[in-house]
Design a protein around this ligand. Structure first.
Ligand code: HEC
Ligand code: HEC
Ligand code: HEC
Ligand code: HEC
Ligand code: HEC
Length: 301
């Protein structure tokens, strides 16, 4: 059976007619993501649960763009086509699909799907394009984060951390899945990894009337919080104790303006003209679209 399939495979590859027979014309007309999901089922399921899928219909975006009336806000949230280093143009159709498959993969210039591989894909033409394996592909929209990442000068790219790959197939549809071997498939949920306490170095220096907190971003190669738009936040909460009882608490909210820059140390001063023998520093984070903060870690001094 395996030989038969392999033989059939080789026969089909060598046959130009096959492209004509299998080509599905509507795929070249920028369909909604669900259509791509007919074959790319796994990737579609991942994308469907991503923030990119919600970029247009997100209630926060609807509010912040004043019900889609602020024109300059719209194009990155429902782009037509992406090109390196350029703010994309607004799409005309299927706006509620947000940042969808065709906005990242389909190019008018070649009338084909661009991606990292050299593939045989009868339903639609494909073009191998190594830009997809680099951070630059994210730069037209995540402009600020990209600049921060660039100056951090690290090897790991956006995809390494936000699209961690695993070995799988690009498609889950008969009969195509029989002819295609497994490859590295990058996770299309575009997740924000869990921030761990050891991503930061936290130090405290106590003076007569004040206490200074030093926080260093050791591991994230862009600012935290980082945002082009939206308002993610960090919260630093301090609790001062004497003989086990709480005597005072204070805190600071960190917006993208005061963000922790890679490898740099931020200094925050608190007035503490009182006596204490223990201080607990709690760090929490709220992503742009989240309602409430989640704790990252607690440090005791
Ligand atoms: C066409 C513009 C565009 C491109 C290209 C793009 N993004 Fe996004 N991205 C967005 C928008 C808009 C959002 C916000 C969606 C929302 O929450 O409303 C977003 C959200 C995200 C988030 C979620 C942030 C959070 O707070 O949960 C991550 C992670 C992300 N993008 C990673 C990437 C990576 C990695 C790339 C490159 C492979 C990329 N993006 C390319 C527009 C883009
Ligand atoms: C250059 C592309 C670009 C433009 C233009 C843009 N955004 Fe965004 N927006 C993004 C990206 C990328 C994110 C992902 C969040 C991040 O960077 O952490 C985002 C996230 C957001 C979020 C948080 C996610 C959510 O759904 O709650 C809001 C709100 C938002 N944008 C509103 C706006 C508004 C209002 C404007 C116009 C003033 C605007 N955006 C213009 C790229 C863009
Ligand atoms: C009828 C099935 C089918 C549909 C529908 C389909 N594709 Fe594909 N696609 C394929 C096959 C087959 C391959 C090659 C798979 C392989 O070699 O492992 C492929 C490969 C790809 C690649 C990889 C290209 C590269 O060079 O790395 C991308 C990107 C892609 N498709 C995007 C899309 C998008 C976007 C849509 C929706 C507009 C879509 N596909 C709809 C069958 C399909
Ligand atoms: C070494 C891994 C790593 C790399 C490389 C990386 N990130 Fe991140 N990114 C993270 C971590 C960890 C977080 C969560 C930080 C936090 O707690 O706010 C994050 C958060 C984000 C967020 C959510 C921002 C917020 O504050 O809500 C966006 C958007 C994002 N990254 C985009 C990018 C883009 C675009 C690139 C490439 C230019 C990139 N990241 C490169 C690890 C990485
Ligand atoms: C924000 C941009 C973006 C969106 C939206 C997006 N992709 Fe991708 N896709 C990428 C990038 C970047 C890669 C290459 C990752 C790498 O190799 O480093 C990729 C890779 C692929 C590949 C090749 C296999 C792999 O994972 O390397 C296929 C197939 C694909 N995408 C299909 C889809 C489909 C189908 C959708 C919609 C359900 C979609 N993509 C949505 C950016 C995107």
């Amino acid at each position: 059976m395996r030989y038969l399939i392999a033989f059939l495979g080789i026969f089909l590859v060598s046959c130009d007619k096959v492209k004509e027979i299998f080509q599905e014309e509507d795929l070249l007309k920028r369909p909604i993501a669900q259509r791509c999901g007919d074959c790319h089922q796994e990737i579609y399921q991942q994308w469907k649960n991503s923030r990119h899928a919600l970029a247009w219909i997100s209630p926060e975006f609807k509010r912040a763009s004043e019900n889609y009336s602020k024109e300059r806000c719209l194009s990155c949230h429902a782009p037509y086509e992406i090109n390196i280093g350029e703010k994309p143009k607004l799409r005309e159709a299927n706006l509620s699909d947000g940042v969808n498959c065709v906005s990242c993969h389909f190019k008018d210039a070649t009338q084909s799907m661009h991606g990292p591989y050299d593939v045989f894909s009868p339903p639609h033409p494909s073009t191998k394009n190594l830009q997809y394996t680099k951070s630059e592909i994210c730069s037209g929209c995540h402009q600020e984060t990209y600049k921060q990442w660039k100056s951090a000068n690290v090897e790991k790219n956006c995809q390494t951390c936000h699209m961690q790959p695993k070995n799988s197939k690009l498609i889950q549809k008969f009969p195509f899945d029989l002819f295609h071997t497994s490859k590295e498939v990058y996770y299309h949920g575009f997740v924000v990894p869990t921030t761990k306490p050891d991503f930061f170095r936290v130090q405290i220096i106590k003076d007569k009337d004040s206490t200074t907190l030093y926080i260093t971003n050791l591991k994230v190669p862009h600012n935290v919080p980082t945002a082009d738009h939206g308002s993610p936040k960090y919260y630093i909460d301090l609790q001062f104790f004497k003989h086990g009882s709480l005597v005072y608490s204070d805190g600071q909210t960190i917006t993208k303006k005061e963000a922790f820059v890679p490898k740099q140390t931020t200094e925050i001063k608190f007035n503490t003209g009182f006596d204490y023998d223990k201080v607990v520093v709690k760090i929490s984070r709220k992503l742009s679209w989240e309602d409430s903060p989640k704790k990252i870690g607690e440090f005791e001094f």
